[in-house]
Design a protein around this ligand. Structure first.
Ligand code: ADP
Length: 394
C-alpha cells in the first residue's frame, strides 16, 4: 500500500511517501514559504535530491508542484496519481470529536472547519491540504490523523479548567493536548524497550513547539499544552504558561490590542523573546561565549521541564522512564543535562558520557544505578501516521 503523508502548515507542505507494511520511505519532501515568489521545494528519493526555488502562490499550487515531482519521468516515483492508495493528513485539532484516526467524509471536513477557531494557525491549512488532495488524488482514501487524539484518555480532573461548568459542557473549553502522534510513537517504542507490564512514562517533546506528557500504561493522562498549543513549556517563540492577568495588563495598561498580544505571546516570546534567537543551536553557542540572556533562558527552559517532571511523577505515583525526543530532545545533550541534574531525590541519574554520544536510534543515557531510565528516542510522526492509516485500512 502506497501511503502519502501530508502535513500542511500555514505556509508549508511537508510530505512523505511510505510503502506499507514494509515502512519503506520512497520519497520525502517539503515546500516552504508558500504564498511567496521564492518558495523552497525540496524533494529526495533514494537516488535523487532536488532543491529548487519557485513562485508558489497557494497550497493548491504547492500540491500540484509536489504531484508533478512525484510523476516526473526522470526523478518521479509514480506512474499515475492512482498509484497512491491512501493519504494520511496530519490534522492538529480534533477537539473532543476525534479521538481516533478517521476516514474523511463531508461531516469530518465540516468538523475540522468548525474547529478552526481553536487552532487558527493550523486547522485551516490542514483542511486546505485535504481539499486539494481530494481533487488531485481522487482515487485515494483520505484519512485524518489528529494531534489531539492520543490525549483523549486524559481524565476530566486533568483536562478541565476551573471556570464555570457551562464553558466546558457547552463550549468545549478544556485542555486538549497536542503532539499526540509523537508522544504515542515514542512511548510505544519505550514500552517495547522496557518490557514491563505496567509503566509510568514522561515524554518530553522539544522541537520548535515543546510539550510534555504523562503516560500511564500506554495512555496519556496529563499533558502540558492546553486549549491550544500555546500552554506549558517555554518554546521557540511561544511563552508557554503565563498568568492570564499579564494579558489584561498588556491591553488595559500598556495599550496593546488583542492581535498584538496574540502575536507577542505566540511569535515573539519563548526563547526568541528571551535571547533574540529561536534556534537552540544559536542559543547554546552564545551561552558558551558567556551571553547571560542565553544562559538564563536555557536555565529557565530546563527549570520548567523539571517542574513538570516532578508534578507528573506525583500524578502517576511513580516514574519508570523519561523520554527525550524531537529536534532539541534528540540532539541537545546540554539541555538534557540541565533537565536531569540535581534530580537525585527522584533517583534520576544521567550518565554524562552516554549523554554526549550521538546516535540516531533509541538509546539509554542513565547510569546503571538510576532507578529511572532516561531514554533518547527519535520521533517519527510520518511513520506513525502511516502505521495508523495502514491499520485503519488493512
Ligand atoms: P518542529 O517542531 O518544527 O518539528 P524540530 O523537532 O525539527 O521542530 O526541532 C527544531 C529545533 O531543534 C530547532 O529549533 C533547533 O533549535 C533544535 N535542534 C536541532 N538540532 C539541534 C542540535 N544539534 N543541538 C541543539 N538543538 C538542535
Amino acid at each position: 500500500m502506497n501511503i502519502l503523508i501530508i502535513n500542511s502548515g500555514s505556509s508549508s507542505i511537508k510530505y512523505q511517501l511510505i510503502e506499507m507494511p514494509s515502512t519503506k520511505v520512497i520519497c520525502v519532501g517539503s515546500i516552504e514559504r508558500i504564498g511567496s515568489s521564492d518558495a523552497i521545494s525540496t524533494y529526495r528519493t533514494d537516488t535523487n535530491k532536488v532543491e529548487k526555488i519557485y513562485e508558489i502562490a497557494s497550497h493548491k499550487k504547492g500540491l500540484e508542484k509536489i504531484t508533478s515531482l512525484l510523476l516526473d519521468v526522470n526523478i518521479g516515483v509514480l506512474n499515475s496519481t492512482d498509484d497512491i492508495d491512501a493519504i494520511g493528513h496530519r490534522v492538529v485539532h480534533g477537539g473532543s470529536n476525534f479521538t481516533k484516526t478517521t476516514l474523511i467524509n463531508d461531516e469530518v471536513k465540516n468538523k475540522i472547519k468548525f474547529l478552526s477557531s481553536l487552532a487558527p494557525l493550523h486547522n485551516p491549512a490542514n483542511l486546505e491540504g485535504i481539499l486539494m488532495a481530494e481533487e488531485i488524488f481522487d482515487s485515494a482514501k483520505q484519512i485524518a490523523v489528529f494531534d489531539t487524539a492520543f490525549h483523549g484518555t486524559v481524565p476530566v480532573k486533568a483536562k478541565k479548567y476551573a471556570i464555570p461548568n457551562e464553558l466546558y459542557n457547552e463550549k468545549g473549553i478544556q485542555a486538549y493536548g497536542f503532539h499526540g502522534t509523537s508522544h504515542k510513537y515514542v512511548s510505544e517504542k519505550a514500552n517495547a524497550y522496557l518490557q514491563k507490564k505496567s509503566t509510568n512514562l514522561i515524554s518530553v517533546h522539544l522541537g520548535n513547539g515543546c510539550s510534555i506528557t504523562a503516560i500511564k500504561d500506554g495512555k496519556s493522562i496529563d499533558h502540558s499544552m492546553g486549549f491550544t498549543p500555546a500552554n506549558g513549556l517555554i518554546m521557540g517563540t511561544r511563552s508557554g504558561d503565563i498568568d492570564h492577568s499579564v494579558i489584561f495588563y498588556l491591553v488595559n495598561t500598556l495599550g496593546y490590542n488583542l492581535n498584538e498580544v496574540n502575536e507577542l505571546l505566540n511569535k515573539k516570546s519563548g526563547m526568541l523573546g528571551l535571547t533574540g534567537f529561536n534556534d537552540l543551536r544559536d542559543i547554546e553557542r552564545e551561552a558558551t561565549k558567556g551571553n547571560t540572556n542565553c544562559i538564563l533562558a536555557l536555565e529557565m527552559n530546563a527549570y520548567r521541564i523539571k517542574k513538570f517532571i516532578g508534578s507528573y511523577t506525583a500524578a502517576m505515583n511513580g516514574l519508570d522512564a523519561i523520554i527525550f525526543t524531537a529536534g532539541i530532545g534528540e540532539n541537545s545533550s546540554f539541555m538534557r543535562q540541565l533537565v536531569c541534574k540535581d534530580m537525585e531525590y527522584f533517583n534520576i541519574h544521567l550518565d554524562d558520557s552516554k549523554n554526549d554520544l550521538r546516535a540516531s536510534n533509541l538509546r539509554e543515557i542513565n547510569t546503571k544505578d538510576s532507578a529511572v531510565k532516561i531514554l533518547v528516542i527519535p520521533t517519527n510522526e510520518e511513520l506513525e501516521i502511516a502505521n495508523q492509516v495502514y491499520e485503519l485500512l488493512a
